[in-house]
Design a protein around this ligand. Sequence first.
Ligand SMILES: NC(=O)C1=CN([C@@H]2O[C@H](COP(=O)(O)OP(=O)(O)OC[C@H]3O[C@@H](n4cnc5c(N)ncnc54)[C@H](OP(=O)(O)O)[C@@H]3O)[C@@H](O)[C@H]2O)[C@@H](O)CC1
Ligand SMILES: Nc1ncnc2c1ncn2[C@@H]1O[C@H](COP(=O)(O)OP(=O)(O)O)[C@@H](O)[C@H]1O
Ligand SMILES: [K+]
Length: 479
Amino acid sequence: MRYAYDVASVRAAEQELMARLPDGTLMARAAAGLASVTAAILGQARGGVYGARVLLLVGVGDNGGDALYAGALLARRGAAVHAVLADPDRAHAAGLAALRGAGGRVAGPGDARTLAGRADLIMDGLLGIGGRGGLRGVFAELAEAAHAAVEATGAPIVAVDLPSGVDADTGEVAGLAIRAAVTVTFGTFKPGLLIDPAAGHAGIVELVDIGLDFPEARPVAEVLQESDVRALLPEPARLAQKYSRGVVGLAVGSERYPGAALLATGAALRSGVGAVRYDGPVEVVGTHPEVLLGDGRVQAWVVGSGLGQSEEARRRLSRVLESDVPVLVDADGLRLLPKESLKRSAPTLLTPHSGEAAALLGSSAEEVDSGRIQAVRALARDYDAAVLLKGPFSLIADPLAPGLRVNTHATAYLATAGSGDVLAGLAGGLLAGGLSALDAASVAAYLHGSAGLLAARSGPVAASDLVAALSAAWQNVAG
Ligand SMILES: NC(=O)C1=CN([C@@H]2O[C@H](COP(=O)(O)OP(=O)(O)OC[C@H]3O[C@@H](n4cnc5c(N)ncnc54)[C@H](OP(=O)(O)O)[C@@H]3O)[C@@H](O)[C@H]2O)[C@@H](O)CC1
Ligand SMILES: Nc1ncnc2c1ncn2[C@@H]1O[C@H](COP(=O)(O)OP(=O)(O)O)[C@@H](O)[C@H]1O
Ligand SMILES: [K+]
């Protein structure tokens, strides 16, 4: 598992550790890690550090200090390092002395555009965990100079700890924020590196261990790693028979949207269950001859994907919601009936995208996307259900779990029609296989992402390709 802690926990862990170490040790560790990642990037881009032109954007706090010390290390290896200071009177004094001592040079904001245009790499040390709100004043001018240069030259921006201007704790971006190619973060992931829209500013995240420990703190978010998913996969026992492995019922698809039924069924058949039962008007057996048809006992239902808005759709939905087994509600199922009907006593998993989440919350998709932690938590609380809020990095909340889960194992090729139907069939099957709603959602999001990554190796991905890649994705995880 990978965890993200909030700023208060990072500050507490830092204090605890600093009390036991000589002054400056943590910043030295951070700067060494930062310089080493930066050197590796320069090595890949241009064969080495020697002669590389590096521009440091330096704010008024320790984030700028990290950049200055790392700049000093790069200057000692032969890089031509310039630091542009947002406010010369408040820049980290010891860091500045180190940079100057190593042969680095210091410039004012007026030189930022020229220096950025010539740089092989720009290091963003404007704001770290002490930042509040979007970038303002000189900070904003420096970020704009960096973005303009990068657009013209393709040089990477390496963010120190966080892309400056994003909210470390919530992932919100209130105004201008740096868009980095790589973020080198210290001690732990921060929620803002995992939660969109901030996560979209971070690029690839490299974690540098500086010795911080979090024995008591509660993480804001956790990200399942492959080994976590492996431990949760329902593998058949030796004495398994099809009913003991679980049966998932699918009340999805309609004459208008037959594809949803075919895709969800294909995915459910590859979700580890013993059988899939389809209840609806779509002819699925021609494509999936294994499927059982009509009513019968199931261990979980999936309802909503491609259900349409007809009276018959409403009836199918209420029948499923009234059952006493776990139910995954997707797409049309989230909008068709009064909200109260989604509040059930058996486990329920809601899988909205931003627009569907907005409809449930009475807000707009833009509001959901600008405050995703708040939105997913509000849904989980209001509906007393596990909620998978889909998106580039999907969020999963459960009313009983203190932290959130985030799935980062994904590709933008998943943004294709029918992709959500595949996810629903897969997650529903995992529910029927005995996983909790939280685990079914997390494992499904991971496997769905894996299938997308595998399928994307051969080019653009159709939702049917995701179904076809699911078994290989499962096998890669299961080992
Ligand atoms: N914790 C750890 O374990 C370690 C931490 N380390 C490093 O320290 C970093 C945190 O340093 P930090 O606390 O000095 O804060 P930092 O983000 O540099 O600057 C904050 C200042 O900026 C200003 N400001 C704020 N918002 C603004 C805005 N929107 N636009 C413009 N200005 C704005 C504000 O000044 P004010 O406006 O209040 O005058 C505030 O005082 C951390 O991210 C990591 O890199 C590592 O060295 C090793 C171990
Ligand atoms: N940019 C993206 N990067 C990664 N995954 C994405 C992206 N956009 C969408 N997805 C994923 O693709 C799926 C789309 O589901 P959904 O919006 O229900 O689509 P549809 O209704 O067309 O099936 C979700 O799992 C979502 O998390
Ligand atoms: K930064």
